[in-house]
Design a protein around this ligand. Structure first.
Ligand code: NI
Length: 247
């Protein structure tokens, strides 16, 4: 059940049975020569919608722009500053608390969001601990789950792509978008085949170290068939994880 396609009466009825909501969160950032700029938002959104179908859970609109300052050296990337993303998460959660939601399951598509999302959770709990709000937040619980950390996904990626999966513009995430959005499949030469790895700091540093945007990956190995396998594996793991959180 998707919030954007629901009426307020349907949401009110949902709240009679569940106080849990799934919030896909991603990023709008370059994903190398054949990866879509929306990859990190499209992956958790597609999984969240199917997870909602399977479990009956309500799915909030995707927070599609995240913390991606290091990608700004590439055309089309958009970032929120960490403080802005914290404010977006806080306002979203506080709005939903007004209606009676208590459990917030953030399904994440971008590793670069994690520190900020966890800082936002700490702010939410601090509101309660410091009695900064009239709303009762004592039962509010937040969780962030990376889709690629759902049970069995990383071993499957390893089996499918070996060391070519990489850590940005990965074969796995590109495959997942190719499965979910087959009309947007791109192909490109990868030079070198496997991209370099290493640390990075700001956008200029990232561009210098990773000139085509990939880190450690060869996403020319991506395929919709691999994406379907990863999607099904992730969905199974997420169903269990969501059920445990909602219980
Ligand atoms: Ni990504």
């Amino acid at each position: 059940m998707e919030l954007r396609f629901s009426t307020w009466q349907e949401v009110a009825a949902y709240l009679q049975n569940s106080k849990t909501i799934i919030l896909p969160i991603g990023s709008t950032e370059q994903h190398g020569p054949n990866g879509l700029i929306g990859t990190d938002a499209l992956c958790p959104e597609a999984l969240a919608i199917e997870l909602g179908e399977q479990t009956g859970a309500l799915v909030a609109p995707t927070i599609a722009v995240g913390m991606a300052q290091h990608h700004l050296g590439f055309a089309g990337s958009i970032t929120l500053r960490p403080s802005t993303l914290i404010a977006v998460i806080l306002d979203t959660v506080n709005s939903l608390v007004q209606h009676g939601f208590e459990r917030f399951y953030f399904l994440n598509g971008h590793g670069g969001n994690l520190a900020t999302v966890n800082a936002a959770f700490a702010e939410i709990y601090a509101q309660s601990s410091l009695a900064q709000t009239a709303a009762d937040l004592s039962n509010v619980r937040c969780k962030v789950k990376n889709w690629w950390e759902a049970e069995g996904v990383m071993p499957l990626s390893k089996e499918l792509f070996g060391d070519a999966d990489g850590s940005h513009a990965t074969c796995g995430e590109v495959s997942l978008t190719q499965f979910a959005y087959p009309h947007s499949i791109k192909s490109a030469e990868m030079t070198p085949p496997i991209a370099p790895t290493g640390p990075f700091y700001d956008a200029a540093d990232f561009r210098r170290r990773f000139p085509d945007g990939r880190i450690g990956s060869n996403p020319s190995l991506a395929s919709p068939e691999a994406g379907e396998k990863l999607f099904k594996q992730a969905l199974g793991g997420l169903e269990k994880d969501y059920a445990a959180f909602a219980a």
